[in-house]
Design a protein around this ligand. Structure first.
Ligand SMILES: NC(=O)c1ccc[n+]([C@@H]2O[C@H](COP(=O)([O-])OP(=O)(O)OC[C@H]3O[C@@H](n4cnc5c(N)ncnc54)[C@H](O)[C@@H]3O)[C@@H](O)[C@H]2O)c1
Length: 367
């Protein structure tokens, strides 16, 4: 087992990464159970893919693992699902000092984390991520949320998990499109702060998506290691460093909202497109060489990720998208707070961008 620490003092925790860890899940979760049982929140997609393996793990578990299964999809990051979930936790008698587990992708992690942030003013939770996106990014860092009509992740809390348990073999059942979407968040780490890692992505991205376990392990360790450092330096995104992880996300969230948070555009796909837009916008503003933007677009495209607004089914105008970006929770005082780049590996926070400028850029991209 490879372990990494998130150094946050009393809120610190360990990330464990090992092939086969899932088969011993009960032993790992037993550390967090007080009464000999633990609720494992998951979704129907995870259950269809990993349910049998979970049952085998349950048979050899020293504690009772009780699954709670929600509908799959971004639609479950909702008030309705949250309300259902906290009612189940109350029925089960989960205590403030107790723990629950999140078994699934970023949707289950964000929803379960938020439920545990507010249930009895906060109980504990363990992240057991099963998508590439969750294993390289969302399971670490304690951002939890649901979506509301006005936008994505607009209701939530910072609430760190007590542990993160990553088994990369659970990715074997993940559909290729979901793997590609998760891969976008891997590339992000190269683009924001590590040019050498982007070179590695160019050389290994395709085989990672195809199933190369060594490449997957390397990417998981590199990304969660980078995220652990960033979170330890700026837990609540107040010092700017953590904000860099939002590269591509302000563009991306507007696109996801426009797509109705549906399968038309997965979160990771929106991030890929958003990162390509952030690079091209930076190039147009003279911040970044145009060749760098082209290189990023070419790599994302080579693994099958969307990079051009024109190629999506999103039929919004530049004004509509820019308006959505203005409502993103990172904007302030009517100006957009965008993550822009001086090149690959050199992201920075730019709070000076006028909405009109982005609107004109998006209209050109759409035209
Ligand atoms: N908290 C954070 O820091 C953070 C960071 C990035 C993204 N996110 C959030 O994460 C969410 C997206 O997460 P996601 O891409 O993991 O999507 P997801 O959780 O919706 O999972 C995608 C699909 O894969 C299925 N699935 C999960 N594991 C599987 C497996 N092993 N085999 C087969 N199918 C499996 C699920 O049932 C679902 O249908 C978004 O809501 C996004 O806002 C949060």
């Amino acid at each position: 087992v490879r372990t990494l620490d998130v150094a946050l003092g009393e809120r610190g925790y360990t990330i464990s990464i090992a092939a086969g860890l899932f088969d011993d899940l009960g032993h790992h979760l037993a550390l967090y159970s007080r009464d000999g049982s633990i609720i494992v929140v998951t979704d129907e997609g995870v259950w269809a893919a990993l349910g049998e393996r979970f049952q085998r793990a349950r048979a050899r578990s020293p504690i009772a693992m009780v699954p709670l299964i929600l509908p799959a999809g971004e639609g479950s990051k909702s008030w309705a699902a949250l309300s259902w979930l906290v009612d189940r936790l109350a029925e089960a008698g989960v205590e403030r000092g107790g723990h629950i587990a999140a078994l699934g992708g970023g949707m289950i992690g964000d929803l379960t984390g938020f439920a545990s942030a507010i249930f009895k003013r906060g109980c504990g939770y363990v992240q057991v991520p099963t998508t590439l996106l969750a294993q390289v990014d969302s399971s670490v860092g304690g951002k939890t949320a649901i979506n509301i009509d006005a936008g994505k992740n607009l209701v939530g809390a910072f609430h760190q998990p007590s542990a993160v348990l990553i088994d990369p073999t659970t990715l074997d059942s993940l559909p290729p499109r979901q793997l590609r979407a998760g891969y976008a968040e891997i590339v992000k780490y190269g683009l924001i702060q590590d040019r050498g890692f982007f070179d590695w992505c160019e050389a290994n991205g395709a085989s990672l998506i195809d199933g190369d376990m060594r490449a997957r392990l390397h990417a998981i360790e590199s990304c969660v290691g980078a995220k652990a450092d960033i979170v330890a330096a700026d837990e609540r995104e107040t010092r700017g460093r953590r904000a860099l992880l939002n590269l591509g996300h302000t563009f991306g969230h507007a696109l996801e909202a426009e797509a109705g948070y549906s399968d038309r555009l997965l979160h990771g796909e929106a991030v890929a497109l958003g990162m390509a837009l952030a690079f091209r916008f930076s190039a147009i503003r003279g911040l970044c060489p145009a060749e760098e933007a082209e290189r990023v677009t070419a790599h994302l495209r080579s693994v099958g990720l969307p990079t051009m607004l024109r190629e999506t089914e999103i039929a919004a105008s530049g004004a509509q998208l820019a308006e959505r970006m203005r409502h993103d929770k990172k904007s302030s005082g009517g100006r957009l707070r965008l993550i822009l780049v001086r090149g690959i590996g050199e992201a920075f926070v730019d709070s000076s961008v006028e909405v009109a400028e982005v609107e004109a850029f998006l209209d050109r991209e759409l035209g």
